[in-house]
Unconditional design. Structure first.
Length: 433
């Protein structure tokens, strides 16, 4: 048998992925109004259950109450203290993760199928009966205040805060940030009240994924679906105030800073907008992977930075495009100029066919990697719920757009959305831009 010699000078032929075959979740409504999505997939006896609340920081009246409400759920309930909760979950080989952002908060359980029912009984207690003990809240205050004080010494933190304050205004839910003193003002009733109003199970979307069947579904229905309805999503104020008229440039002076942090970008469309997927492609070309134009220019050619990237950050009703990097303070001004040059180039010059094909392959591979296994699929379903109103066709639409988008279409999008004159700029450091 003769094997053909591999020519390593030629890249393998790109074969376009036309469709992603995913197990479609079974979606139902529990008696208390919560939505349950079930994904029965995988070969290992592992289960992930994520409970997503419409209770991010945008809803809080008292700053830090959303973060504390989800972070301190595990620190004691009406029937168990924090040590008992930790010991019982550890004995079952289970663990919890929590997260929060501007729009949402979530609690995730990772466990084995064998111990799912016993673990969920503990988690149900955590979700429905947290007491937020004062001693645990005091630890949260002290650690949080110390951590934020350290964080505010970093130029990247100052540049990021300045960017969002320029973009939305300092009083907007997406432009406001906690200060160290805010930790001292947070009280136990603030936290308990936020949990009661916004971390109620009736105001949640539950994703159950892994090797699950009717037994696991019934367990969720029994333990999480029969609670009192409480405050439903329809009663929440989901409208956002308009972004304030603020200066489009901000420089935050940081004495003796060796580097300058740079953040440049603008508000974009939501993930449901027809242009969003095309903007994903455009973002990848500009700064969305290691071989991007920004990396080639500012890192490889100019040596201004170790790394630079751009990202599309989704929110419920909008998104934000942001370029971020840290550069030597002496090259702050030329680095900013080169970023704007790359934005202008996207507007003026069509993307070469060879570069576009490379980016298409990169994006397709990245997308497939994010869907590898039932737990990864659960994460994708969570994003579709949060940002696409459960549009299950979004992934197929993404693949279709990646495969068919042209250089002319990308240039048209760049003209509409990437005008350098419309960008907000925030720099923090010792050297002005």
């Amino acid at each position: 048998m003769t094997l053909s010699k591999l020519n390593r000078k030629e890249p393998p032929e790109r074969r376009a992925v036309r469709k992603i075959e995913l197990p479609e979740p079974s979606i139902s409504t529990l008696p208390n109004g919560a939505k349950l999505a079930v994904i029965n997939a995988g070969t290992q006896d592992i289960v992930k259950m994520e409970v997503i609340f419409n209770g991010g920081t945008r809803y809080q009246k008292k700053i830090l109450s959303s973060q504390a409400a989800v972070s301190l759920m595990c620190e004691g309930t009406t029937t168990r203290n924090s040590n008992q909760l930790a010991e019982q979950l550890d004995f079952l080989g289970s663990f919890l993760q929590h997260s929060f952002d501007r729009d949402f908060a979530s609690v995730s359980l990772f466990t084995t199928r064998k111990h799912f029912a016993a673990s969920l009984e503990v988690v149900a207690d955590i979700l429905t009966n947290p007491t937020y003990p004062e001693n645990e809240l005091e630890i949260f205050r002290k650690k949080g205040k110390q951590s934020l004080t350290v964080e505010l010494e970093k130029v990247e933190t100052l540049a990021k805060q300045g960017f969002f304050q320029c973009l939305f205004g300092p009083d907007h839910p997406y432009g406001s940030f906690a200060t160290p003193d805010d930790f001292d003002k947070l009280s136990q009733p603030d936290v308990a009240d936020f949990h009661k109003n916004f971390h109620n199970l009736s105001n949640s979307f539950i994703i159950l994924a892994g090797r699950v069947d009717e037994h696991e579904v019934k367990t969720v229905e029994t333990l999480l679906g029969a609670n009192s309805p409480g405050r439903r999503l329809g009663a929440l104020n989901n409208s956002l105030p308009a972004a304030a008229q603020t200066p489009r440039e901000k420089f935050t002076y940081k004495e003796n800073a060796i580097q300058s942090a740079v953040r440049i970008g603008k508000q974009m469309v939501s993930r449901n907008h027809p242009d969003y997927i095309g903007l994903m492609v455009l973002n990848t070309i500009l700064g969305g992977y290691f071989g991007s134009r920004l990396m080639q220019n500012l890192r490889e050619d100019k040596g201004f930075t170790y790394g630079i990237s751009s990202i599309l950050i989704p929110y419920r009703e909008t998104s934000v495009f942001m370029i971020g990097t840290e550069v030597g303070r002496e090259v702050t001004k030329p680095a900013v100029e080169e970023i704007y040059n790359e934005l202008d180039k996207l507007v003026r010059v069509p993307v070469p066919a060879e570069e576009l094909e490379l980016v298409k392959s990169q994006m397709t591979g990245d997308l497939l990697r994010t869907l590898d296994g039932p737990l990864a699929i659960a994460d994708s379903i969570a994003e579709l719920y949060q940002y696409n109103n459960m549009n299950l066709n979004f992934l197929d639409q993404t693949i279709e757009t990646i495969n068919t988008i042209t250089s002319n279409k990308l240039q048209s999008l760049a003209i509409s959305y990437f005008n350098p004159d419309e960008m907000v700029k925030s720099v923090a450091g010792a050297q002005p831009f």
